[in-house]
Ligand binder design. Sequence first.
Ligand SMILES: [Zn+2]
Length: 331
Amino acid sequence: MPDTLTNPVLAPDYNRTGIDYRRPMPRPKVHGTVYDFHSHLHALRHADAWFASADHYGIDVFLTMCQLEDALGLQRVWGNRMHFIAVPKWGEWEGNFVDRWLTRIEGFYNIGSRIVKFWFAPPAIGDRKWRLDSDTFRPLIEEARSRKMAIMTHIGDPEIWYRTKYTDTAKYGTRDDHYRMWENVLAGYGELPWIGAHMAGNPEDLVRVQKLLDRYKNLYIDCSATRWMVREISAHRDEARDFFIRNQDRILFGTDQVSQDERGFDFLASRLWCHRKLWETAFVGQTPIHDPDFPEDQQPTLRGLCLPDECLQKMYHDNPERVLKSLGLPV
Ligand SMILES: [Zn+2]
């Protein structure tokens, strides 16, 4: 084994424990297509490594967020393995960005997209001064409604960031503010499927997430974001397992895999490896992915939930297909 895989300081961030990501792993024990409901395949040039890792780990179809220009190329070659989630042209917030965003939604709709994503993590609120429940954003949400599209929102962020990066509450607001902002809107759109990204943005507080699920029957959550889920789900493993079993009809499997030019098979595989170990197995051990939020000697332990087969069947297949079918999308 090369030094880089045995010496944690030299090892790549995506493989601190020397795993051979090319070792065969059986597909998830699921009948039918396996869906990743939250991902970011950004460009056609990333697709070969992306689908090589996806095929190796048994993930068939991706709901992906990328720029419209890249979606066109991806759809031409890989259209049978992906659906697009409509996002704005990132970084262009000056002037009348809402009109341009509306045009983007139309463009995505025209290539078959039926989900619109709104990113409202604390920096959207603190740096851009956005509020999802403001008049500025109402036309966008109304556009989704009139087109019978689903909505995905990112509200919240890791609790550890609220304690480090977002302590200026005069600027960022509090986590409670962020969820009030969300609920002010959520309450008015009960007929649309609504997906709360990253365990509704608060896997640290499953009581909060449970209340949201109980209150809003149209709400689904995805379990995406690898390092975040690995550390928080593992940290209260038994409670999380009960939560998943209880809410098995409302959870969509997702990775939040993000493609980039320098991310090859092993990087991408590391995310899929962790998710599959976390949800499907009783693995207990150091996570192979370095977590930059913790010092070297306090890296998280991954504790698998070993979810029952029927629960995995729903997360990976049944729930995603139910949402896609309700939007009139082919499955
Ligand atoms: Zn994402």
